[in-house]
Design a protein around this ligand. Sequence first.
Ligand code: NAD
Length: 733
Amino acid sequence: TSTSDGNYVTCDVRNGVAVVKFSDPKEKVNSLSEGLTSEMKVHLDRLLTDSSIIAGVLISGKPSNFIVGADIGMLEKCKSAGEAETLARGGQEMLLRLRSSSKPIVAAIMGQCLGGGLEVAMNCHYRIAVKDKKTVLGLPEVMLGLLPGATGTQRLPALISLPEALTMMLTGKQVRADKAKKLGLVDLTVNPLGPGIKSPESLTLEYLEEVAVQIAEQLAKGKLTTNRTRPLPERIQALLFKNQWVRDNLVFAKAKQGVMKQTQGLYPAPLKILDVVKTGLERGEQAGLEAERRGFGELSQTPHSKSLIGLFRGQTLCKKNRFGKPAREPKTISVLGAGLMGAGIAAVSLDKGYDVVLKDMNANGLTRGDQQIQKIYGGYLKKKKITQSEKDVYLSRLNPTLNYADIANSDIVIEAVFEDIKVKHAVVKEVEKYVRPDCIFASNTSALPIAQIAEASQRPENVVGMHYFSPVDKMQLLEIITTDKTSKEAASQAVQVGLKQGKVVIVVKDGPGFYTTRILSFTMSEAFRLLQEGVEPTKLDKLSKAYGWPVGTATLLDEVGMDVGAHIGVYLEGIFKERIAGGTRELGDAIMASGFYGRKAGKGWYIYDNSAKKGSPRQMNPEALAILKRHSLTPKLENTDEQIQMRLIVRMVNEAILCLQEGVLHNPLEGDVGAVFGLGFPPFHGGPFRFVDHYGAGRLVSLMETFQNAYGPEFAPCQLLLDHAKDPTLRFH
Ligand code: NAD
């Protein structure tokens, strides 16, 4: 018997077991969309009440994923907390019905099983998962400012140990099948079918389903029970956690401490998760579920959640190549300069299948770069992200060299040599002597206009900017810069490479500092002035972190490198003149003369002592503080905490809006994605543009006018911001 009557859900019966398969016909991934859930309900209604033939039910997904979560669009349609609560209640009711079925229900998990998907699986009676890299289980709702709203907050702590459940929900951490088995989240794991078999993905899924059908049969016949006896230490632990005092004072107190440290208390979702889990444990599942759906409704309407969802959407969009597939797919990349950036760029290319030529001009530089790459891959191996043989394969694709002749076969050359236009020009000319005419030339310059670099090129249509962020293997963003002359093919190839390297890609128009470097420089200029006005580096750090920046502003200066910052600052000052005013040039010169460049020099605002004990308090650099004293400025306002935080933020926000006004940015979404993923703009504010939408353009303009009256034109709001202030119906999103 076979019934296949819907678009999203099909059902056929094997050995008395109904095999229910989810497969969204239009999307690569299954999500709990309106279409899928309504079909799922129809099937379940029939299957769970049909007593004649069906012995058990098996739920399965696509070969590439089980279900990746709820459809966010459904949530965005909810205009009130009440509506979102109703949505959650619907999900809860459907899944409770699944769990209360007298027929055994087995989940066969292959690929991502996240959010609502894991909630479905957790309400089945038995879970089987494939032991491969792409099969992961997790509840990432917290990353969207939400909580798992369809029984997840109650089911996870019922299945696995409380501290582990909290960690998964509070961080959104995903676990692979073998870890999930250890935790008690899945009951059985199966190995994937090996490579060399035709289409192993779909064969593995078939095999998984076959095993799952047998399990369902055995469960139905009572030959197998869901034996969830945990090992003795865990059973003792669970007993301890039954005691409320222990739970509150050990588990919850510790979890809350972790949340406060991570988020400064700025994000409501993790705190709400703690509340809701606690309610369930203290007052029973019914009360827990009620708190869950109410909490879900409330969180869904917070600006935090809207910002994070906006960013998620932006991130998804920036994972597509807007120029379309390139005519020629690059295979060999040459990276020039084996410094911090060059080695990083090479590293993120090797495991994506690229052959990489890494060229430096001196042997020491090359050795240093090679060591950096070895260290990155050593780390992957240690964390079990890759196997030893994978590591060997990836590193075998690296060809370090001192000779230009070795780049002859490149499809794309990415230069990361010194930030000096003369050096860049020399490199362009040299490269063009060796490579094919269709080879793309990309520059990783921090601030030099790409068109200016392209002046040395015979084929400016092949020249493009690829601006990576440090450390390249950790930072998600890549800013691609096109000039008026850059061809669509060159842009498309550059984007393609970035996407394959795993980056979130924004595309901006050429100009000094492009988008990210430019807007950061304005905030950094203001930071220098605040330091000169007597705001201590520690205070600046504390206030910026309290505002949601992941790294304190003074620390960021040390991390970027004061020399790099000063170099870019002087260059941009020559272009943006009084608009970029802030800290004085004399201070910059004094810092440069002192050699306090930041972390890499061992001294910046702070002292970096590698032998210092982990966790010991950071040491200020008294000599740098003395320099600040010698260049002190008188504050023009009272410098309240809020004024300090706002001066940092408005400089960046105003400049971002000006970038949109000037066409450097193509849309506000990329502006938000760039600022958050590249610069650490507080994520719950969603980026400079969403920040204005929430804060109010009018309110922001009047604040800027206060600053402008005290300081000068550097605080003048740009025209587009003024337009938004005049007409409150105008919004960036
Ligand atoms: P770095 O000083 O660590 O490395 C530069 C490397 O280039 C050195 O190993 C040097 O020997 C080599 N080199 C110089 N001239 C060369 C030539 N003609 N041919 C081959 N190799 C040459 O510098 P970095 O921090 O890696 O920065 C490199 C570029 O990336 C700069 O343009 C910089 O502005 C840009 N950038 C840096 C960062 C950052 O955070 N460090 C971020 C984005 C962009």
